[in-house]
Design a binder for this molecule. Structure first.
Ligand code: 6GU
Length: 274
């Protein structure tokens, strides 16, 4: 996969040289190219922002440097003539970044990122780009960052680990919490390693039993309990077909029942005992 990033702070993306993403680049699985937005200005001050039409606080990123930078990226396709990147624009007003979107992006051969600073990029840049290439405006959560660079790091890491060959078998993403499958919409429960007892705290006995069926069931119950505690909103996304009779019994113990009329799992209303 090829990834281009246009930014006024290329140094903010140094972490792309480290760990999983850094190794994927070193192994030739990822081709990441950083571009300084200011290289595409033509005034002595290398200006990238200006005051907003209509007034209001903050500054807006000027269209010309962005257009020049994006043109340069699209024109660099060269060999693969006619190919265009998918443009990813990080913004708190974008669509939520989810594992499903990470998978969708991981299926594309070429991504270009346009992280903004200030109040954002002049809208016409995105509208014009959308006439030439797919554009996805993405938010990484319901909070506001000072700029999109950190969101680029988040999105690139989530996408890179899904690319073929990036993760080893031992660290496969088959069991990811938000991937389709048996762990869909379930949070991982606690994990333990040696020593078996530490500061008077033993590791749960079942994990030392060697009984893999029992261990799998225990882990699944822990995942149910954890999800109920931390993300009760996920319960209504649980799939009845993904649950076996052990699951239903464990869920009943946690106050969760299948509700046939609504076709959803439901939590026992708080304060109502079994
Ligand atoms: Cl993608 N960018 C910025 N600046 N703030 C955000 C965000 C993105 N996602 C959530 N907050």
């Amino acid at each position: 996969m090829r990834i281009d990033v246009v930014t006024i702070f290329p140094e903010y993306l140094e972490p792309l040289n480290v760990s999983l993403v850094g190794k994927a680049r070193a192994r030739g699985l990822l081709d990441v190219r950083l571009h300084g937005l200011r290289e595409h200005t033509s005034d002595v001050h290398r200006t990238v922002d200006d005051s907003p039409y209509g007034g209001g606080p903050g500054m807006v990123m000027k269209p010309e440097p962005w257009a020049a930078a994006l043109d340069g990226i699209v024109d660099s396709a060269g060999e693969a003539d006619g190919e265009v990147p998918t443009l990813v624009v990080p913004t708190p007003s974008g669509r939520p970044f989810t594992q499903a979107l990470a998978q969708e992006l991981a299926g594309r051969p070429w991504l270009a990122f346009a992280p903004a600073r200030y109040e954002g990029i002049d809208r016409r840049v995105i509208d014009a780009a959308a006439e030439r290439m797919p554009v996805v405006e993405v938010s990484i959560g319901d909070y506001v960052l000072a700029g999109g660079e950190v969101a680029v790091l988040v999105i690139v890491e989530a996408v890179a680990r899904l690319l073929p060959g990036v993760l080893g078998n031992a660290e496969s993403h088959q069991d990811d919490s938000f991937a389709p499958g048996r762990m869909a919409d379930l949070l991982e429960g606690p994990v333990y390693t040696k020593p078996a007892e530490w500061r008077d705290r033993p590791v749960p006995e079942v994990l030392l039993s060697g009984n893999h069926g029992l261990i799998a069931r225990w882990r699944r119950e822990q995942a149910f309990a954890r999800t109920l505690a931390m993300r009760p909103d996920l319960v209504e996304r649980w799939d009845r077909a993904a649950m076996d009779k052990h699951d239903l019994k464990a869920l009943a113990g946690l106050g969760v029942h299948w509700d046939e009329p609504s076709g959803r799992f439901r939590r026992r209303p708080i304060g109502v005992e079994e």
